[in-house]
Design a protein around this ligand. Structure first.
Ligand code: SAH
Length: 261
């Protein structure tokens, strides 16, 4: 069966065997594990994953691909195919015997950030995640304070997990060829939050506000949320810009603002 790639589903199929091999070897998967693949497409990663002897659930949005996958893997008792939108899928429903999930996907780039946060809502049932994403997005997820790429995505992702760029993947590894460079990121949810935050919405608010005008000093960008003296009282210099603050600084600032703010 053949399938014409659909742009609206972000379909860029992997065909470079060396890259597929590199991804699979970086996973260190073993047969007793429970894996979930998001967007299996035509099975470029599904087939080698199954060959590792593990249990696998896949979530695919494109119904034509679901038909193709059901046909291709009709003799695979260890594979469950879910015809669903990963953005709305309840990943915690897949867990049995308290066994954490290992998640993988060569994701459609247009949904990557909302999908990440949807998955992180279920962080306690996730062992780790490996994703192919636009390299620019991976750089932002992994950026440290002081870097130009450090921003809201870096702080919020690093609140939930450790982030690591494993390797880059050139456009020619896909069909059709995307316009941008890609990269594989490894995300490992923290067993305990690394900082104390009263309310995640407040952290999100402070971080969003601080980076919305990233050239401004905190004193100015956070004016409506926190007054300058309160910032200084935390030993944070109000003349700094958002890009020099650590996750811990943002956590302390967020704990200062009113619920109604
Ligand atoms: N893993 C395959 C396909 C990658 S293309 C490979 O590497 O070759 C991205 C895949 O995600 C496509 O199969 C696309 O149909 C699927 N997809 C797109 N949006 C999705 C969504 N919201 N939920 C689940 N799958 C989705």
């Amino acid at each position: 069966m053949t399938h014409n790639p659909r742009k609206r589903f972000g379909q860029n199929f992997l065909h470079d065997h060396a890259i597929i091999y590199n991804i699979l070897s970086s996973l260190q998967a073993s047969p007793e594990e429970h894996w979930v693949e998001i967007g299996p497409g035509m099975g470029a990663l599904t087939t080698p994953l199954l060959a590792m002897g593990l249990r696998l659930d896949v979530v695919e949005l494109d119904r034509d691909l679901v038909v193709l996958l059901k046909d291709k893997y009709s003799h695979e008792p260890r594979l469950q195919i879910h015809s669903a939108d990963a953005l709305r899928f309840d990943f915690s429903s897949l867990v049995n015997d308290n066994q954490k999930l290992r998640i993988i996907g060569n994701l459609p780039y247009n949904i990557s950030t909302p999908l990440m946060f949807h998955l992180l809502d279920n962080a306690p049932c996730i062992e780790d995640m490996h994703f192919m994403l636009q390299k620019e997005v991976v750089d932002r997820m992994c950026a440290a304070p002081g870097s130009k790429k450090y921003g809201r995505l870096s702080v919020m992702m690093q609140y939930y997990c450790t982030t690591e760029l494993l390797f880059e993947v050139p456009p020619e590894s896909f069909d059709p060829i995307p316009k941008v460079m890609s990269a594989i990121v490894r995300l490992v949810p923290h067993p305990q939050p690394p900082v104390l935050v009263d309310d995640l919405h407040k952290l999100n608010r402070v971080v969003t506000q601080a980076f919305s005008q990233r050239r401004k000093t905190l004193r100015n960008s956070l004016k409506k949320l926190i007054d300058e003296d309160a910032i200084s009282a935390l030993n944070i210099d109000p003349t700094l810009r958002a890009e020099s603050l650590t996750l811990s600084d943002f956590a302390q600032l967020s704990n200062l603002i009113d619920d109604q703010a």
